[in-house]
Write a protein that binds this ligand. Structure first.
Ligand SMILES: NC(=O)C1=CN([C@@H]2O[C@H](COP(=O)(O)OP(=O)(O)OC[C@H]3O[C@@H](n4cnc5c(N)ncnc54)[C@H](O)[C@@H]3O)[C@@H](O)[C@H]2O)C=CC1
Ligand SMILES: O=C(CO)COP(=O)(O)O
Length: 323
Protein backbone atom coordinates (compact mmCIF):
# COMPACT_ATOMS: atom_id res chain seq x y z
CA UNK A 1 0.00 0.00 0.00
CA UNK A 2 1.39 3.40 -0.99
CA UNK A 3 1.10 5.67 2.02
CA UNK A 4 0.20 9.33 2.24
CA UNK A 5 0.32 11.25 5.49
CA UNK A 6 -1.88 14.33 5.91
CA UNK A 7 -0.58 16.71 8.55
CA UNK A 8 3.11 17.38 9.12
CA UNK A 9 3.15 18.17 12.82
CA UNK A 10 5.40 16.12 15.09
CA UNK A 11 3.30 12.96 14.80
CA UNK A 12 2.63 13.05 11.05
CA UNK A 13 6.32 13.65 10.40
CA UNK A 14 7.36 10.81 12.72
CA UNK A 15 4.88 8.46 11.02
CA UNK A 16 6.17 9.44 7.56
CA UNK A 17 9.69 8.72 8.78
CA UNK A 18 8.66 5.30 10.13
CA UNK A 19 6.71 4.28 7.02
CA UNK A 20 9.61 5.27 4.75
CA UNK A 21 12.22 3.42 6.81
CA UNK A 22 12.23 0.55 4.31
CA UNK A 23 12.80 2.92 1.38
CA UNK A 24 9.14 3.04 0.29
CA UNK A 25 8.08 6.44 -0.91
CA UNK A 26 5.79 8.36 1.44
CA UNK A 27 4.05 11.62 0.58
CA UNK A 28 3.53 14.06 3.42
CA UNK A 29 0.97 16.83 3.05
CA UNK A 30 1.87 19.89 5.12
CA UNK A 31 -0.17 23.01 5.77
CA UNK A 32 2.76 25.40 6.04
CA UNK A 33 4.72 26.14 2.82
CA UNK A 34 7.91 26.59 4.87
CA UNK A 35 7.54 23.04 6.20
CA UNK A 36 7.12 21.66 2.66
CA UNK A 37 10.19 23.56 1.51
CA UNK A 38 12.38 22.59 4.48
CA UNK A 39 11.49 18.88 4.23
CA UNK A 40 12.18 18.69 0.48
CA UNK A 41 15.32 20.85 0.61
CA UNK A 42 16.93 20.09 3.99
CA UNK A 43 15.24 16.75 4.99
CA UNK A 44 14.06 18.27 8.26
CA UNK A 45 10.82 19.63 9.73
CA UNK A 46 12.18 22.54 11.77
CA UNK A 47 8.80 23.72 13.09
CA UNK A 48 7.49 20.46 14.51
CA UNK A 49 10.18 17.74 14.64
CA UNK A 50 13.58 19.46 14.72
CA UNK A 51 16.68 17.35 15.06
CA UNK A 52 15.42 14.40 12.98
CA UNK A 53 16.93 13.85 9.53
CA UNK A 54 14.14 12.55 7.34
CA UNK A 55 14.54 9.64 4.93
CA UNK A 56 15.09 10.58 1.28
CA UNK A 57 11.86 8.82 0.24
CA UNK A 58 9.67 11.23 2.27
CA UNK A 59 8.39 13.90 -0.12
CA UNK A 60 6.36 16.83 1.16
CA UNK A 61 3.68 18.78 -0.66
CA UNK A 62 1.07 21.40 0.12
CA UNK A 63 -1.19 20.16 -2.66
CA UNK A 64 -3.69 17.33 -1.98
CA UNK A 65 -3.48 16.43 -5.70
CA UNK A 66 0.01 15.08 -5.00
CA UNK A 67 -1.42 12.36 -2.75
CA UNK A 68 -4.21 11.35 -5.15
CA UNK A 69 -2.35 8.15 -6.16
CA UNK A 70 -2.00 6.87 -2.58
CA UNK A 71 -3.88 3.76 -1.48
CA UNK A 72 -3.93 4.59 2.22
CA UNK A 73 -4.00 7.97 3.95
CA UNK A 74 -3.01 8.67 7.55
CA UNK A 75 -4.86 11.73 8.85
CA UNK A 76 -2.71 13.41 11.51
CA UNK A 77 -4.16 16.90 11.91
CA UNK A 78 -5.23 18.32 15.27
CA UNK A 79 -8.66 16.86 16.12
CA UNK A 80 -10.47 20.18 15.67
CA UNK A 81 -9.22 20.41 12.05
CA UNK A 82 -9.89 16.80 11.08
CA UNK A 83 -13.25 17.56 9.47
CA UNK A 84 -11.77 20.11 7.06
CA UNK A 85 -8.63 18.13 6.33
CA UNK A 86 -10.41 14.79 5.80
CA UNK A 87 -13.03 16.51 3.66
CA UNK A 88 -10.40 17.81 1.26
CA UNK A 89 -8.45 14.52 1.07
CA UNK A 90 -8.73 12.25 -1.98
CA UNK A 91 -11.89 10.11 -1.71
CA UNK A 92 -12.36 6.35 -1.59
CA UNK A 93 -9.11 5.17 0.01
CA UNK A 94 -8.79 3.89 3.59
CA UNK A 95 -8.35 6.70 6.10
CA UNK A 96 -6.26 5.90 9.17
CA UNK A 97 -7.14 8.43 11.83
CA UNK A 98 -4.25 9.35 14.14
CA UNK A 99 -5.71 12.44 15.83
CA UNK A 100 -6.79 12.22 19.47
CA UNK A 101 -9.80 14.22 20.52
CA UNK A 102 -13.52 14.89 20.38
CA UNK A 103 -14.91 17.54 18.03
CA UNK A 104 -16.09 20.70 19.78
CA UNK A 105 -19.62 21.76 18.91
CA UNK A 106 -20.72 18.29 17.77
CA UNK A 107 -19.28 15.98 20.47
CA UNK A 108 -18.37 13.53 17.70
CA UNK A 109 -15.45 11.11 17.78
CA UNK A 110 -12.93 11.37 14.95
CA UNK A 111 -14.30 8.31 13.12
CA UNK A 112 -17.78 9.88 13.19
CA UNK A 113 -16.40 13.17 11.87
CA UNK A 114 -14.47 11.38 9.11
CA UNK A 115 -17.59 9.39 8.21
CA UNK A 116 -19.47 12.66 7.70
CA UNK A 117 -16.59 14.29 5.80
CA UNK A 118 -15.68 11.28 3.61
CA UNK A 119 -18.59 8.82 3.69
CA UNK A 120 -17.15 6.52 1.00
CA UNK A 121 -13.77 5.89 2.65
CA UNK A 122 -13.11 2.91 4.95
CA UNK A 123 -11.91 4.09 8.37
CA UNK A 124 -9.32 2.82 10.85
CA UNK A 125 -7.90 4.37 14.01
CA UNK A 126 -4.23 4.29 15.05
CA UNK A 127 -3.70 5.24 18.69
CA UNK A 128 -1.44 4.36 21.61
CA UNK A 129 1.51 5.44 23.75
CA UNK A 130 3.66 7.01 21.06
CA UNK A 131 5.71 10.13 21.71
CA UNK A 132 6.59 11.31 18.21
CA UNK A 133 10.27 12.00 18.83
CA UNK A 134 10.81 8.46 20.17
CA UNK A 135 9.04 6.85 17.21
CA UNK A 136 11.05 9.01 14.81
CA UNK A 137 14.24 7.72 16.44
CA UNK A 138 13.12 4.11 15.94
CA UNK A 139 12.70 3.36 19.66
CA UNK A 140 10.45 0.36 20.44
CA UNK A 141 6.76 1.27 20.32
CA UNK A 142 3.47 -0.66 20.33
CA UNK A 143 0.19 0.84 19.17
CA UNK A 144 -3.46 -0.13 18.62
CA UNK A 145 -4.81 -0.29 15.07
CA UNK A 146 -8.60 -0.44 15.28
CA UNK A 147 -10.80 -1.18 12.29
CA UNK A 148 -14.19 -2.85 11.88
CA UNK A 149 -12.95 -4.65 8.75
CA UNK A 150 -10.55 -7.40 9.87
CA UNK A 151 -9.04 -7.94 6.39
CA UNK A 152 -8.30 -4.25 5.95
CA UNK A 153 -6.84 -4.08 9.47
CA UNK A 154 -4.48 -6.97 8.65
CA UNK A 155 -3.35 -5.31 5.40
CA UNK A 156 -2.73 -1.95 7.08
CA UNK A 157 -0.92 -3.59 10.01
CA UNK A 158 1.38 -5.45 7.63
CA UNK A 159 2.18 -2.21 5.81
CA UNK A 160 2.91 -0.08 8.86
CA UNK A 161 4.67 -2.63 11.11
CA UNK A 162 8.42 -2.24 11.54
CA UNK A 163 10.85 -4.17 13.73
CA UNK A 164 10.44 -1.58 16.47
CA UNK A 165 6.91 -0.36 15.60
CA UNK A 166 4.33 -2.97 16.45
CA UNK A 167 0.61 -2.54 15.75
CA UNK A 168 -1.90 -4.66 17.69
CA UNK A 169 -5.19 -5.14 15.83
CA UNK A 170 -8.60 -4.44 17.38
CA UNK A 171 -12.12 -4.13 16.00
CA UNK A 172 -13.12 -1.67 18.76
CA UNK A 173 -12.82 1.66 16.94
CA UNK A 174 -14.83 3.60 19.54
CA UNK A 175 -12.77 2.17 22.42
CA UNK A 176 -9.49 3.13 20.77
CA UNK A 177 -10.73 6.66 20.13
CA UNK A 178 -12.13 7.25 23.60
CA UNK A 179 -8.91 6.15 25.30
CA UNK A 180 -6.82 8.57 23.21
CA UNK A 181 -9.21 11.49 23.68
CA UNK A 182 -9.81 11.11 27.42
CA UNK A 183 -6.19 10.47 28.41
CA UNK A 184 -5.22 13.95 27.15
CA UNK A 185 -7.57 15.58 29.67
CA UNK A 186 -6.30 13.33 32.47
CA UNK A 187 -2.69 14.17 31.54
CA UNK A 188 -3.52 17.82 32.20
CA UNK A 189 -4.75 16.81 35.67
CA UNK A 190 -1.51 14.93 36.40
CA UNK A 191 0.51 17.91 35.19
CA UNK A 192 -1.44 20.12 37.60
CA UNK A 193 -0.56 17.77 40.46
CA UNK A 194 3.10 17.96 39.45
CA UNK A 195 3.13 21.75 39.08
CA UNK A 196 1.39 22.23 42.41
CA UNK A 197 3.81 19.87 44.16
CA UNK A 198 1.09 17.45 45.27
CA UNK A 199 3.41 14.45 45.14
CA UNK A 200 3.57 11.08 43.42
CA UNK A 201 0.78 9.51 45.49
CA UNK A 202 -1.57 12.13 44.08
CA UNK A 203 -0.39 11.39 40.54
CA UNK A 204 -0.96 7.64 40.93
CA UNK A 205 -4.42 8.30 42.39
CA UNK A 206 -5.30 10.58 39.49
CA UNK A 207 -4.14 7.98 36.98
CA UNK A 208 -6.21 5.20 38.51
CA UNK A 209 -9.30 7.29 39.36
CA UNK A 210 -8.96 8.93 35.94
CA UNK A 211 -8.87 5.49 34.37
CA UNK A 212 -12.11 4.68 36.23
CA UNK A 213 -13.64 7.80 34.61
CA UNK A 214 -12.34 6.80 31.17
CA UNK A 215 -13.81 3.31 31.64
CA UNK A 216 -17.23 4.59 32.80
CA UNK A 217 -17.44 6.99 29.87
CA UNK A 218 -16.13 4.44 27.37
CA UNK A 219 -18.55 1.72 28.44
CA UNK A 220 -21.44 4.20 28.20
CA UNK A 221 -20.40 4.89 24.59
CA UNK A 222 -20.11 1.22 23.63
CA UNK A 223 -16.34 0.74 24.07
CA UNK A 224 -14.99 -2.54 25.39
CA UNK A 225 -13.25 -2.61 28.78
CA UNK A 226 -10.25 -4.52 27.43
CA UNK A 227 -9.62 -1.87 24.78
CA UNK A 228 -9.64 0.83 27.45
CA UNK A 229 -7.17 -1.24 29.50
CA UNK A 230 -4.93 -1.66 26.44
CA UNK A 231 -2.35 0.44 24.61
CA UNK A 232 -4.75 3.12 23.37
CA UNK A 233 -6.29 3.65 26.82
CA UNK A 234 -4.34 2.81 29.94
CA UNK A 235 -1.05 2.55 28.02
CA UNK A 236 -1.29 6.07 26.64
CA UNK A 237 -2.68 7.37 29.95
CA UNK A 238 0.38 6.13 31.83
CA UNK A 239 2.75 7.61 29.22
CA UNK A 240 1.27 11.08 29.07
CA UNK A 241 0.62 11.32 32.80
CA UNK A 242 4.29 10.71 33.59
CA UNK A 243 6.36 13.10 31.51
CA UNK A 244 6.81 16.74 30.60
CA UNK A 245 7.40 15.43 27.06
CA UNK A 246 3.61 15.43 26.92
CA UNK A 247 2.21 18.79 25.84
CA UNK A 248 -0.94 18.08 27.86
CA UNK A 249 1.01 17.25 31.01
CA UNK A 250 3.12 20.40 30.51
CA UNK A 251 0.02 22.55 30.10
CA UNK A 252 -1.31 21.13 33.37
CA UNK A 253 2.02 21.72 35.07
CA UNK A 254 1.77 25.40 34.15
CA UNK A 255 -1.74 25.55 35.59
CA UNK A 256 -0.50 23.84 38.77
CA UNK A 257 2.23 26.46 39.07
CA UNK A 258 -0.51 29.08 39.08
CA UNK A 259 -0.16 30.44 35.56
CA UNK A 260 -3.43 31.50 33.88
CA UNK A 261 -4.85 29.13 31.26
CA UNK A 262 -5.27 31.93 28.73
CA UNK A 263 -1.57 32.76 28.93
CA UNK A 264 -0.56 29.11 28.59
CA UNK A 265 -2.83 28.56 25.58
CA UNK A 266 -2.06 31.81 23.74
CA UNK A 267 0.21 31.71 20.70
CA UNK A 268 0.98 27.99 20.93
CA UNK A 269 2.33 26.43 17.76
CA UNK A 270 1.91 22.85 19.00
CA UNK A 271 -1.40 21.36 20.04
CA UNK A 272 -2.46 20.35 23.58
CA UNK A 273 -5.60 18.43 22.58
CA UNK A 274 -6.89 18.01 26.12
CA UNK A 275 -7.72 21.71 26.35
CA UNK A 276 -10.18 21.36 23.45
CA UNK A 277 -11.50 17.95 24.43
CA UNK A 278 -12.12 18.77 28.12
CA UNK A 279 -15.27 20.94 27.79
CA UNK A 280 -16.90 18.79 25.13
CA UNK A 281 -16.08 15.63 27.11
CA UNK A 282 -17.65 17.19 30.21
CA UNK A 283 -20.84 17.94 28.25
CA UNK A 284 -20.94 14.43 26.75
CA UNK A 285 -20.39 12.84 30.18
CA UNK A 286 -23.05 14.99 31.84
CA UNK A 287 -25.63 14.19 29.18
CA UNK A 288 -24.81 10.45 29.43
CA UNK A 289 -25.11 10.64 33.25
CA UNK A 290 -21.45 9.61 33.69
CA UNK A 291 -19.60 11.01 36.71
CA UNK A 292 -16.18 12.43 35.69
CA UNK A 293 -14.95 14.58 38.61
CA UNK A 294 -11.33 14.79 37.43
CA UNK A 295 -12.48 15.97 34.00
CA UNK A 296 -14.77 18.53 35.71
CA UNK A 297 -11.79 19.75 37.76
CA UNK A 298 -9.63 20.19 34.66
CA UNK A 299 -12.41 22.20 32.99
CA UNK A 300 -12.70 24.47 36.03
CA UNK A 301 -8.98 25.23 35.87
CA UNK A 302 -8.93 25.75 32.09
CA UNK A 303 -11.85 28.17 32.45
CA UNK A 304 -10.27 29.92 35.44
CA UNK A 305 -13.63 29.21 37.12
CA UNK A 306 -12.21 28.41 40.57
CA UNK A 307 -8.87 28.83 42.33
CA UNK A 308 -6.58 25.80 42.32
CA UNK A 309 -6.87 25.20 46.08
CA UNK A 310 -10.66 25.09 45.81
CA UNK A 311 -10.56 22.65 42.86
CA UNK A 312 -8.23 20.31 44.75
CA UNK A 313 -10.36 20.60 47.88
CA UNK A 314 -13.52 19.76 45.92
CA UNK A 315 -11.91 16.50 44.71
CA UNK A 316 -10.64 15.55 48.16
CA UNK A 317 -13.93 16.22 49.96
CA UNK A 318 -16.18 14.15 47.71
CA UNK A 319 -18.26 11.65 49.71
CA UNK A 320 -16.42 8.46 50.62
CA UNK A 321 -17.52 5.55 48.43
CA UNK A 322 -16.62 2.01 47.38
CA UNK A 323 -13.79 1.85 44.90
N1 LIG B 1 3.03 14.50 19.01
C1 LIG B 1 2.79 13.26 19.42
O1 LIG B 1 3.66 12.64 20.05
C2 LIG B 1 1.50 12.59 19.09
C3 LIG B 1 0.41 13.29 18.62
N2 LIG B 1 -0.77 12.64 18.36
C4 LIG B 1 -1.94 13.37 17.86
O2 LIG B 1 -1.68 13.79 16.52
C5 LIG B 1 -2.45 14.98 16.24
C6 LIG B 1 -1.50 16.00 15.65
O3 LIG B 1 -0.56 16.34 16.64
P1 LIG B 1 0.95 16.72 16.33
O4 LIG B 1 1.44 16.05 15.11
O5 LIG B 1 1.69 16.49 17.59
O6 LIG B 1 0.83 18.28 16.01
P2 LIG B 1 1.87 19.45 16.38
O7 LIG B 1 1.47 20.07 17.66
O8 LIG B 1 3.28 18.94 16.27
O9 LIG B 1 1.65 20.47 15.19
C7 LIG B 1 0.46 21.21 15.02
C8 LIG B 1 -0.18 20.76 13.74
O10 LIG B 1 -1.37 21.48 13.55
C9 LIG B 1 -1.48 21.82 12.19
N3 LIG B 1 -2.41 22.92 12.01
C10 LIG B 1 -2.37 24.15 12.57
N4 LIG B 1 -3.41 24.89 12.10
C11 LIG B 1 -4.10 24.09 11.27
C12 LIG B 1 -5.27 24.27 10.47
N5 LIG B 1 -5.93 25.43 10.44
N6 LIG B 1 -5.71 23.23 9.71
C13 LIG B 1 -5.06 22.03 9.72
N7 LIG B 1 -3.95 21.81 10.44
C14 LIG B 1 -3.49 22.83 11.21
C15 LIG B 1 -0.05 22.17 11.83
O11 LIG B 1 0.13 22.20 10.42
C16 LIG B 1 0.67 21.00 12.49
O12 LIG B 1 0.63 19.87 11.65
C17 LIG B 1 -3.06 15.41 17.58
O13 LIG B 1 -4.40 15.01 17.62
C18 LIG B 1 -2.26 14.65 18.63
O14 LIG B 1 -3.00 14.35 19.78
C19 LIG B 1 -0.90 11.30 18.51
C20 LIG B 1 0.17 10.56 18.95
C21 LIG B 1 1.44 11.13 19.29
O1 LIG C 1 -0.45 11.34 22.47
C1 LIG C 1 0.72 11.43 22.76
C2 LIG C 1 1.57 10.28 23.07
O2 LIG C 1 0.90 9.07 22.88
C3 LIG C 1 1.35 12.77 22.85
O3 LIG C 1 0.91 13.37 24.01
P1 LIG C 1 0.82 14.96 24.10
O4 LIG C 1 -0.11 15.39 22.98
O5 LIG C 1 0.31 15.26 25.44
O6 LIG C 1 2.20 15.49 23.86
Amino acid sequence: MKAGVIGAGAWGTALAQTLSADGQDVRLWALEPEVVEAINRDRVNPLYLPGVTLNPSVRASGDMADIADRDMLLIVSPAQHLRGVAGSAPAGVPLILCSKGIEAGTGLLMSEVAQQAQGASPIAVLSGPTFAHEVAKGLPTAITLACADADLAARIAARIARPAFRPYISDDVVGAEIGGAVKNVLAIACGVADGAGLGLNARASLISRGFAEMTRFGLARGARAETLAGLSGLGDLVLTCSSTNSRNFSLGKGLGEGRPAAELLANRRTVAEGAFTAPVLREAARSAGVDMPVVEAVCALLEDASPLAQVIDALLTRPLRPE
